[in-house]
Design a protein around this ligand. Structure first.
Ligand SMILES: [Zn+2]
Length: 198
């Protein structure tokens, strides 16, 4: 069954999906109604064609400039740097933060071939230049693991040499090795509140 093998191979590429889950998902889709499958496919197509990175913060949005970036009620002086769009969602759920974001789309991971140039670090520096009069603090909220720490250190060094803004790192209390978006809202809120200057 060539088409079956192709489906399972595609599903296996999804994050967190192993060979067994790929087969289970494949079977589910095979048994689902045409309508359900079409709803899924059209949702994927719509997202691919209409969602893109915000021109300012690089979070995903259907707009040129996302809802958070264009909200005049947000503190324009605070800039929180995170690895992934789901980290923005996690911090927003914690409701303790009213500043802006910058999404890197990953962390520096030399073993996986991900260097600074693969991330939105150049865009962060350009933004710091363009918005230099506005930003007073950059909060480095990359994941509390080896890659996240290395990324935070790298960015802190770049910013220290070119800007006079305060640079801080989210506090520990965030479980080591954790993904930011898996951390519960209270812990995340404390981690942000207890941030320390780099
Ligand atoms: Zn934005």
């Amino acid at each position: 069954m060539k088409s079956w093998d192709r489906l399972v191979a595609s599903l296996k590429r999804l994050p967190g999906v192993g060979p067994r889950q790929a087969e289970r998902l494949g079977l589910y889709l095979l048994r689902a109604s045409d309508e359900e499958v079409e709803t899924l496919l059209s949702a994927v197509r719509d997202v691919k064609s209409s969602v893109r990175p915000c021109r300012r913060c690089f979070d995903f949005t259907e707009l040129e400039i996302c809802r958070i970036c264009s909200d005049p009620g947000r503190d324009q002086g605070l800039l929180c740097v995170v690895e992934e769009p789901q980290d923005v969602a996690a911090i927003e759920r914690s409701r303790g933060y009213k500043g802006l974001y910058h999404v890197l789309h990953g962390a520096i991971a030399p073993l996986d071939g991900i260097g600074p140039d693969s991330l939105r670090i150049r865009e962060l520096l350009e933004r710091m230049t363009a918005e230099s009069g506005m930003i007073s603090e950059v909060i480095l909220a990359t994941d509390p693991d080896a890659e996240g720490d290395a990324t935070a250190l790298y960015i802190a060094q770049l910013l220290k040499s070119r800007a006079t803004v305060k640079i801080s790192r989210i506090a520990h209390g965030v479980p080591l090795g954790g993904d930011l978006d898996y951390i519960d809202e209270r812990t995340l809120s404390h981690a942000l509140a207890g941030r320390r200057e780099f």
